[in-house]
Design a protein. Sequence first.
Length: 356
Amino acid sequence: MVDRGRIGSMPAATERDDESYLDFVQSLRGYTIGPLNAAADSRATAAMARYEERTGRLATSMEEIREVIDDVPVVATLNRFMRTSQEMMWQGVIATYRKRQDELLAELDRADRSGPGTVQWSPSFAFPAYFTAHDYHIQPGSYHHDPLAGYIYHYGTKVFFTGRNDHDEMHEAMIDSIPLPADGQVRRVLDIACSVGQATTALKKRFPEAEVWGIDAGAPMVRYAHKRAVEMGLEIHFRQALAEQTGFPDGAFDLAHSFLLFHEVPLAVGEQIARELCRVLRPGGVFAIHDLPTREPNVRAPLRDYLTYFNRDDNGEPYIVDFTFSDFTATLRRAGFSDVCREQRSGGLPRWIAIK
Ligand SMILES: C[S@@+](CC[C@H](N)C(=O)[O-])C[C@H]1O[C@@H](n2cnc3c(N)ncnc32)[C@H](O)[C@@H]1O
């Protein structure tokens, strides 16, 4: 089989036909989240205004908002395009990598035994039920079941982010702007739910002298993350572990990070994770969290709120509604952080900075 090289740090599709199919899916996704979403947003806003004019009051409950928006035809088209482009994305990525599964598994086996850095995982890892009960964002086999899940997720997110993160641009921008602890000391760093390790490698690049760890519940994720770090020549330690039970000693880290974890766990688990991170940080240590926007008082975004339910019901995100409508700043304060603030990054996701 011809080696078709790489896109950034990820192996390219196995055949050119597969790559052009995935290029098409990426454009379809770009159209869906761009012009189609914009059209749905303006129609949904207009429908809400008509409803409020007719009833003479603001619609505040989600039941009402969903009822009004459900009747907007272009929103149904948006839902269909989002679901179908997501299905096509996973089918295309799985099909292309499956063609050379043996080669890719051998590559993971070799990397497991290579450095720099290390990886620890176990075939008998005990997964919590909330993690295995569904396929996250309808990725068949989810984060843990398919041994190629790391490859699949990485290419899937390339399509999902419409090529804007092919060289980890998004991750590097997030990591490079995290504030340091007040004393400037960063000797040990932890990336929780690191997935394929794009934030973890960005952390090692920013703090080359620090000991950097990445943990994730999925073995295929940490194995792929380690392989990728080895290929990049970066010494990082990856371990299959739960964020709510990391196994690290008290006060072990100066800086910790998470990207897109908290909306993927039940609220009670999110509380445990926040407490665990407060425990493993040293006094003055910083926990930087990038995640989906929680609802803010006085900000009206009816289509965005509506799509949160789409993600729960049609996109394998069972915990997203609870997270979106929770007060995550309060969660972090309850966990013991002394100083917590939420920032809005320009053009990006919100970020919470929690200082122990
Ligand atoms: C959306 S991905 C995270 C993306 C990643 N942080 C990045 O920088 O691109 C969610 C990850 O969280 C992991 N995960 C979910 N629940 C977890 C838990 N309780 N502990 C550790 N990892 C978890 C999943 O295996 C998955 O790899």
